[in-house]
Design a protein around this ligand. Structure first.
Ligand SMILES: [Zn+2]
Length: 243
């Protein structure tokens, strides 16, 4: 991904927010991408105008919720944690059961076993409602369609359609912002560096599907073998070679 894409992203994000663009709600998973979005939102709106929300759905790598809390505490950002226990019923997903995270999905062709049906739709819908209640103008989500895990609900087409549906259904102008949508993982590392959340990403963010925190690498903690660790390690190596 050309560096100019990061420049374009930072250019938009660093402009002083207009009055009606004053606040952000970041969907925090505690991972690299959502942590980078937190940095972007803080840069755009100012720390005092940013809040975060995390979702507890019984994920087996629930350590990510603890990491989300630590990262938000470091920046004095209020984090709300919302329970969505219904997602535990998505037993086809290896993130909810204890299946093999490297396996293909049980019934959805071409998707990995870690896909959770309805997850992003629920997260963004709940975030939209919370943003309405708090009069927040922008929701930030770290979904990406460049270097991604193969989830169709991380693609721009899905997010734009959902944003449209929510705006129509709830008479709202809240925007769903996806700063990382067209960045690869290497560029996402660079964006973290430029938005002041590098230490948060490397030391505190959690990506590993297996929940491993005590195995440290230059790119952060993780088992080093699951698909999430592989993607992160590959992105870090590319980042070091490129920037
Ligand atoms: Zn891992």
């Amino acid at each position: 991904m050309p560096q100019s894409t990061i420049e374009a992203c930072l250019d938009v994000m660093s402009k002083p927010p207009k009055r009606q663009e004053g606040s952000g709600l970041v969907v925090m998973s505690g991972g690299q991408d959502s942590t980078t979005c937190l940095g972007v939102a803080i840069m755009r709106h100012g720390r005092e105008n940013v809040r975060a929300v995390a979702f507890d759905y019984g994920q087996k790598h629930s350590i990510e919720l603890e990491q989300a809390r630590l990262i938000c505490e470091r920046h004095e950002i209020l984090l709300i944690t919302v329970d969505i226990p219904v997602l535990k019923m998505m037993e086809s997903s290896a993130l909810v059961t204890h299946g093999d995270t490297s396996a293909p999905h049980e019934y959805l062709a071409d998707l990995p076993a870690t896909f959770v049906p309805a997850r992003n739709a629920l997260f963004l819908t709940m975030a939209f409602g919370l943003a309405m209640e708090a009069r927040t103008t922008h929701i930030y989500t770290g979904v990406c369609q460049t270097d991604y895990s193969g989830y169709p609900d991380c693609r721009e087409e899905f997010v734009v359609a959902l944003e449209n549906a929510l705006q129509v259904g709830y008479q709202s102008t809240i925007k769903i912002v996806t700063p990382l949508m067209h960045l690869d993982k290497a560029a996402t590392f660079e964006l973290a560096r430029r938005t002041g959340v590098w230490d948060d990403v490397i030391q505190f963010s959690h990506t590993c599907y297996e929940g491993v925190r005590d195995n440290l690498h230059p790119w952060g903690a993780g088992c080093g073998a699951c698909p999430a660790c592989e993607l992160r390690a590959k992105g870090f190596n590319k980042f070091e070679a490129r920037y």
